[in-house]
Structure formats: structure tokens, C-alpha cells
Design a protein around this ligand. Structure first.
Ligand code: FES
Ligand code: FES
Length: 159
């Protein structure tokens, strides 16, 4: 049994302690926003916040997050900054199949919360996300707008 705190609620999860957090979220807690993509921490589809920092959850053992606060997109989208990110992605139609977008929304919310952040730093964080549909230009345009709003800089086309 592993004690987890997810989206502000305590859970006792009956899984082996090396179970990846992603499977505990999806299979035990029914939180389906974080997706399985590569399973190798290389695509960002499974991203969540752990104590406020974005992390892939597909190889992160549940025992490593015991005592830490895990936040998934289900909770972020109910908060003003997370909702703003999700609405901006939807308004820009910044996706095709949408499979990558929950993870990208988690990272974008994390960036917005830390803004102002340098655009190069934002690009490095977003580079951890793979969009199989090639929607990166639209996603980066939304990111640029959101982060420019936080910094006071005028929105600009991403390089
Ligand atoms: S599924 Fe976790 S990074 Fe790809
Ligand atoms: S919109 Fe399909 S993977 Fe990004």
C-alpha cells in the first residue's frame, strides 16, 4: 500500500511500490488526462506536477512521490491559470488528434506560473513534448502569447 496525495486528496493505493505513477493515476484513481506515449520519459504525454514541478510520470515509481503533492491536468484545468492555458490551446485549435495536449497543458501552466520565463527556457521545456501530428507551430504560437502576457512583452511569432 502506498499513500499518495493527488489533486489535494489523500489516497491509499494498493500497488507495488515500484509501479509507475502514471498507472496508479490512470488505473487506480481513474485520472485519465495523463497519457501513455513512449513509456520512456521522452514524449511528455504523461506529464504531471510533483510538488509544483513538471515531471513525466511513466517511469516515476509511486514510492518516490509518497509525501509529495501530485497535480494532474484534471485539477489544473479547474484553476485560473490552468483554465487559461487549456482555453488558449482550444481557441487556437492547437492540435489535431489532441493526444499530446494534456501533457503540454501541464507544462505550459507550469511555465505560466513561473513567468516571466525566457523564451529559450520555455522552448527547452516544450522540447520535451512530442506532437506526432506536427502541431508544434500552433502550440508554440499559443505558448508565446501566454508567456508574453505574463511578461508584458508583446506577443510575437515563435522563431
Ligand atoms: S509516456 Fe511518459 S514521457 Fe512518454
Ligand atoms: S495533436 Fe496529435 S499528438 Fe499532438
Amino acid at each position: 500500500m502506498v499513500e499518495l496525495s493527488v489533486n489535494g486528496r489523500a489516497h491509499s493505493v494498493d500497488v507495488p511500490e515500484r509501479t509507475p505513477l502514471l498507472w496508479a493515476l490512470r488505473d487506480e484513481l481513474g485520472l485519465l488526462a495523463a497519457k501513455y506515449g513512449c513509456g520512456l520519459e521522452q514524449c511528455g504525454a504523461c506529464s504531471v506536477l510533483v510538488d509544483g514541478v513538471v515531471q513525466p510520470s511513466c517511469r516515476l515509481p509511486v514510492s518516490d512521490v509518497a509525501g509529495l503533492e501530485v497535480t494532474t491536468l484534471e485539477a489544473l484545468r479547474e484553476q485560473p491559470d490552468g483554465r487559461r492555458v487549456v482555453e488558449a490551446l482550444v481557441a487556437a485549435n492547437a492540435g489535431q488528434c489532441g493526444y499530446c495536449l494534456p501533457g503540454i497543458a501541464v507544462t505550459l501552466t507550469w511555465l505560466v506560473r513561473r513567468s516571466p520565463v525566457a523564451w529559450e527556457e520555455a522552448l527547452r521545456a516544450l522540447d520535451d513534448h512530442l506532437c506526432r501530428c506536427g502541431s508544434h507551430p500552433r502550440i508554440l504560437r499559443v505558448a508565446r502569447q501566454l508567456l508574453a502576457a505574463g511578461s508584458g512583452d508583446p506577443p510575437a511569432e515563435p522563431a
